[in-house]
Ligand binder design. Structure first.
Ligand code: PLP
Length: 367
């Protein structure tokens, strides 16, 4: 089976891990972290074009630490799209705030700025637009609305490392950006995440929060936790970040081939606004209905292609969120998307013949 995504690791990552093992320093609980953590942070900040990167142990932690640093908690509301991975909402719940779900645009699968505007109340403290599948959200409009209402923009860029919006790197588009380095992403550290910002003071606070609110050890001045990235993960991350442009080049080439092969099919193809650069973390098509989607998914999987649905339910309909009162909410586009989308592999290990075979299967089952 060609999986939907797969980490690409070779000797360079092995050597980096060996260096950490030989150093004997596997993690560093001080506020600024160990040498590999610090180097990874410098390289990430440079890559995104922001002043500060703070690495943590997951994308979920990145979102949670960002919310904690902004003092967002009980009584506060955070607006997010419902059609995303559960972690976006989970981070809001974990700090005791209330997620307010809004609908997405069916062309981009990203939050509709106007729906964000309509959901604002005096309790709204932040908005978390998600760059779903690796396509940046409509940031200019979102930022303008947020600025007018004194709302902080936290970009959930967990899927969009290397994508661009009007010439700017994803992760650096809001007041704060969050990355995930889970192994299925376009680059990995095993588990890991990063928070990006130009606000030096906020970055310092986030570095404290990731290690129990400490500055010099055992002096907790803030509420924090253990959100630290270990040195092994950071060492892998430094190598992966160097390779990322090449990985993304191959993804873009594969996506282009698929778009050409499927040009005349009846399925709905991913659309990229001319001012955006997709990172092709996921190549997501849409079918007429759930039955067609399930039929094509089965055919692709039987032929060895790991077609996968991201996501089979919008968050507000997930059992937990339905059980706490969100179940009756109706967000039409999010519900349509969850019933009709299907992602197919375009990662760097997918060969041209695989793309041709997938296109043949799609064309024969949808035309
Ligand atoms: C949109 C989105 N937000 C948040 C996360 C959370 O990242 P992690 O799995 O590293 O905690 C992910 C990744 O899985 C994601 O895709």
């Amino acid at each position: 089976m060609i999986p939907i995504n797969k980490p690409i690791l070779d000797n360079e990552e092995k050597e980096a891990v060996m260096k950490v093992l030989e150093s004997g320093v596997l993690t560093d609980p001080s506020m600024n972290g160990g040498p590999f953590v610090r180097e990874f942070e410098r390289e990430l900040a440079k890559f995104v074009g922001v002043g500060e990167a703070v690495v943590v142990n997951s994308g979920t932690s990145a979102l949670q630490v960002a919310l904690m640093a902004l003092n967002i908690g009980p009584g506060d509301e955070v607006i997010i799209p419902s059609f995303t991975f559960a972690a976006t909402a989970g981070a809001v719940m974990l700090v005791g705030a209330r997620p307010i779900f809004v609908d997405i645009d069916l062309k981009t699968y990203n939050m509709i700025p106007e729906e964000f505007k309509k959901a604002i109340t005096e309790k709204t403290k932040a908005v978390i637009p998600v760059d779903l599948y690796g396509l940046p959200a409509e940031m200019d409009e979102i930022k303008e609305i947020a600025e007018n209402h004194g709302i902080v923009v936290i970009e959930d860029a967990c899927q969009s490392q290397g994508a661009k919006y009007k010439g700017k790197m994803a992760g650096g588009l809001g007041d704060i950006g969050c990355f995930s380095f889970y192994p299925g992403k376009v680059m990995t550290t095993g588990e890991g995440g990063a928070i990006l910002t130009n606000d030096e003071k906020l970055a310092e606070k986030m570095r404290m929060i990731r290690t129990h609110g400490q500055i010099r050890g055992y002096d907790s001045t803030l509420l924090g936790g253990n959100f630290r990235m270990n040195e092994i993960s950071a060492a892998i991350g430094i190598v992966q970040l160097k390779k990322l442009p090449k990985f993304l080049e191959i993804r873009a080439k594969n996506a282009k081939i698929l778009l050409e092969l499927l040009e005349n099919s009846k399925i709905i193809l991913p659309e990229v606004p001319e001012y955006s650069v997709h990172n092709w973390y996921l190549f997501t098509i849409r079918l007429r209905g759930q039955k067609e989607r399930e039929g094509l998914k089965t055919k692709l999987r039987e032929s060895g292609f790991g077609a996968t649905v991201y996501y089979p339910s919008p968050i507000h309909k997930l059992p937990y969120y339905a059980s706490i009162g969100y179940g009756g909410l109706s967000l039409k586009n999010s519900e349509i998307a969850s019933q009709t989308v299907l992602s197919i592999p375009v990662h760097p290990l997918v060969k041209e013949e695989d793309l041709k075979r997938m296109a043949e299967i799609i064309l024969s089952s949808s035309n």
